[in-house]
Design a protein. Structure first.
Lengths: 376, 438
């Protein structure tokens, strides 16, 4: 595997620039606010997909429970927004004004102690990253130090997704249950529901996504990134070389969780609610699909994967409300059968060589490994 | 329409005359009018009155909704894929039937209804996304949609922000009164109190075991039931209250507890797939519901659910609803016939399906009363709208956007239908924020 040590190779600079142009120029110009907001929502899934590229594509850790971290981040944000929306004036109709509506419906008469800190935005923002990371750390320590990996790890993460969903639904007085936390209105008095706010949030989302992409790129280019790939391909050899494999796995798993948490918080801000349907098994698997369609070895591919799959989902379901699931299923099968390395693989195999020929340059350092590593 | 006649006044009485046309698409308006019974109101309500030309688009649509000179577009937003599809399909079918019947009559203000159907996919964020698409992109004049409380809660901020108008068909927990929603199903008190009174009076029930799936509707409903049993039924008490997660299928332990406590009534609000397991296990445990020891009273099993449960497994249980397919009034006989003609003979019609059918009709009546498609005007005209052609009988919209309707108790039969054994004499007032039940 041939990997440049520079932070960004020439073709990667082009790749980042193209994505920046798409997100910050093409989409805002081409779309109205409603569609732009939808793409903003799709991009929040890209945070998770980028994390998965590091965990799964680079590190070989397939997590089927990324929805857990996405959900935890989203819920932390939603708790702050819900408290802000539940002023005594807004909730005067309740038995106990001043607490979130779903607590009142469940006969709670006071705000639970663990909700109190979420009155502070600073705490909530910290929690958006910290809660998923702590959760991932606990899972990581429990699993990786015992050398649980591969399929077993995937199944256990899936179980976590199911457990958390059941917990949230069961504790509806504290979490909003199946309905989730809904009717979020303002962020520090700024109405997040207006068209203007949606556009601003879209750009904030875009900037954060690029911050996450650069962080991911940094990890990939560092010694850590090369160790991850080495671990994926020959874990025992890395261990025999004296590295503590578990620590690296825990780190990258926590990093993926932090990315997902940020994505979840941006989802809550842009969509205006959070519910357990975003935490469970189905969304967790969908997020792996975004990553697979985009190409699990390419962080930029993961972003395109999230955009393309969700855009297809919306478009198919609008045009063929009765058949769209079949169409989407067909798309996945086609991608996996024909292009095991996803969109990034297609680019590396078919598009990049032609561009290279065009410019008479080597494209060898583009999308490392994409064309050379067989699909698992 | 003759000059000076107030269209609003005509409307109420007129609904009955529309009944023959609305439920029999083959008959032309002329034929019906010729043979029409109430000739006076019928003559006031000539086709001429509702020609689109009399209602210029610029006047009936001042807010940029999807209204043209001969069409008006509305949205249908239900899950047709995912776990809720089995429940929501009936609502979609009923709404499409109502739209087709309204169009066969000449539409609303001379405009044919066209609909854009979106799939909520049993996924609440998708509901919010599609609701926004319908309101912002398609500019639909109203939306018939949602089923679960969770989906309604997800779309509610969208409807309030963009001033949309939603007709929501499901019986639900109450505690809500949005200016942008018309609740065509019952809120909790309408479904619960009369049924409990009936079982206490007719069957002498004194002890109740409350049981439900674990989410907001069963919990709120059981809260109201408990308050009513403890405060308003003489000497009656609740001997147990338990909740199980959605999709739960192991009810043996609770069935054992029930046998131990020997309640007079099992009050069951189990929903979805859990129903199948619950009633089968109840029967397998030797509780013969036809012997009424204990009596099983449910508010969550309509004819639709019985198809899954199997009539023989629930025979003898009582359900408290506002509508049963077996109602024998003329409206319902026509409705059932039309529904089966459109969707097939093996269809059954549950409470929610009927409530969904009311949506387009209530909207039509409100638009015609307002003489406009503008949401604010339709909203203003909505309280007091009445339908005499409703399959459940006469309904009227309350100030609080819920319907006045009767409460009925049905006895489940092996063939999957209910025998109506009780109905309230009067319409029950909707009370989404019941005093004394909080």
């Amino acid at each position: 595997m041939e990997t440049s040590n520079r932070f960004l190779s020439r073709s990667e600079i082009i790749g980042f620039a193209v994505l920046a142009a798409v997100i910050f120029i093409v989409l805002p110009v081409a779309l109205d606010t409603f569609r732009l907001n939808l793409f903003g929502k799709y991009l929040t899934y890209a945070f998770v997909a980028v994390g998965l590229v590091l965990c799964w594509g680079a590190g070989g850790i397939l997590s089927l429970g990324q929805g857990v971290f996405f959900g935890l981040g989203g819920y932390c944000m939603a708790m702050f927004l819900k408290l802000e929306a539940s002023t005594p004036e807004n909730t005067a109709i309740q038995s106990t004004p001043g607490i979130p509506d779903f607590m009142d419906w469940n006969q709670l008469t006071a705000l639970p102690a663990w909700w109190q800190p979420f009155n502070s935005l600073a705490f909530a923002l910290l929690a958006v990253v910290a809660v998923p990371v702590i959760f991932a750390f606990i899972i990581g320590v429990a699993m990786f130090t015992r050398r649980v990996g591969g399929v077993y790890f995937a199944i256990i993460t899936q179980a976590f997704a199911a457990i958390l969903t059941i917990l949230i639904i069961g504790q509806q007085g504290y979490t909003g249950g199946v309905n989730g936390i809904t009717d979020l209105r303002t962020l520090l008095g700024w109405d997040i529901r207006t068209d203007e706010a949606k556009e601003i949030l879209y750009y904030v989302n875009g900037v954060l996504l690029f911050a996450v992409l650069f962080a991911a790129q940094y990890v990939r280019k560092s010694k850590l990134g090369r160790l991850l790939i080495a671990m994926r391909d020959q874990e025992d050899r890395v261990r025999f070389s004296g590295y503590n494999v578990a620590n690296f796995k825990i780190f990258v798993f926590c990093l993926g969780a932090a990315f997902a948490g940020i994505g979840g918080a941006m989802f809550t801000l842009q969509v205006g609610f959070m519910s357990p349907t975003l935490v469970g098994i189905v969304p967790s698997i969908e997020m792996v699909i975004f990553c697979a369609v985009g190409g699990r070895l390419s962080i930029l591919g993961a972003v395109y994967g999230a955009l393309v799959v969700n855009w297809a989902k919306t478009t198919f379901s609008e045009s063929f409300p009765e058949l769209w699931l079949l169409g989407l299923g067909g798309l996945f099968i086609a991608v996996v059968m024909a292009f095991p390395n996803g969109l990034a693989g297609v680019y590396a195999e078919h598009v990049a060589p032609r561009i290279a020929k065009l410019f008479n340059k080597s494209a060898g350092d583009d999308m490392p490994g994409a064309a050379k590593t067989p699909a698992e | 329409m003759s000059p000076g006649v107030n269209f609003d006044e005509v409307l109420g009485g007129d609904m009955s005359n529309k009944k023959p046309t609305n439920l029999n698409n083959g008959v032309s308006r002329r034929a019906v009018l010729a043979g029409g019974a109430a000739a006076l109101t019928a003559s006031l309500f000539t086709p001429k009155a509702l020609r689109a030309a009399d209602y210029p688009t610029a006047e009936v649509n001042t807010t940029g909704l999807a209204v043209t000179d001969d069409t008006v577009t509305i949205g249908i937003l239900h899950s047709i894929t995912g776990t809720m599809a089995i429940s929501e399909t009936g609502s979609v079918q009923a709404e499409k039937l109502a739209i087709e019947q309204i169009n066969a009559q000449g539409g609303i203000l001379g405009r044919k209804i066209e609909y854009i159907q979106e799939d909520g996919a049993s996924d609440w964020p998708t509901f919010a996304e599609k609701a926004k698409k319908l309101l912002v992109n398609d500019k639909v004049a109203s939306v018939m949609g949602c089923w679960t409380s969770a989906s309604r809660k997800a779309v509610l901020p969208v409807f309030e922000q963009y001033n949309g108008f939603l007709y929501y068909p499901t019986f639900y927990e109450g505690l809500e009164e949005s200016p942008n929603v018309i609740y065509t199903g019952q809120e909790a008190t309408q479904q619960i109190i009369a049924g409990l009174d009936w079982v206490a009076k007719e069957k002498g029930a004194k002890s109740f075991y409350l049981l439900g799936s674990d989410y907001i509707w069963p919990r709120t409903s059981n809260k109201i039931a408990r308050k009513h049993i403890e405060n308003f039924l003489d000497g009656a008490k609740v001997v147990g209250e338990e909740y199980y997660p959605l999709g739960h299928t192991q009810f043996n332990s609770v069935i054992n507890k029930i046998r131990l406590k020997k309640p007079d009534v099992i009050y069951a609000i189990v929903v979805g797939g859990s129903n199948v397991a619950f009633y089968k296990q109840l029967k397998a445990a030797g509780i013969d519901m036809t012997k009424e020891d204990p009596i099983v009273l449910t508010i969550s099993v309509t004819e639709d659910e019985i198809r899954g449960i199997g009539g023989e497994n629930i025979e003898g249980a009582y359900a408290c609803m506002k509508y049963f397919q077996s109602l024998t009034n003329d409206n319902n006989i026509e409705f059932v016939k039309a529904f089966k003609e459109m969707w097939g003979d093996d269809m059954v019609i549950g409470d929610v399906t009927q409530a969904a059918y009311l949506g387009p009709w209530l909207w039509k009546a409100a638009v015609e009363a307002a003489g406009s498609f503008d949401v604010d005007k339709v909203r203003a005209a909505t309280p007091g709208i009445e339908l005499t052609s409703a399959p459940e009988g006469y309904v009227k919209v309350h100030e609080n956007h819920h319907l006045w309707s009767k409460t009925r108790v049905g006895l489940a039969k092996a063939d999957g239908q209910y025998d109506v054994v009780f109905e309230t004499a009067d319409l029950v007032e909707p009370d989404p924020f019941p005093e004394g039940y909080q």
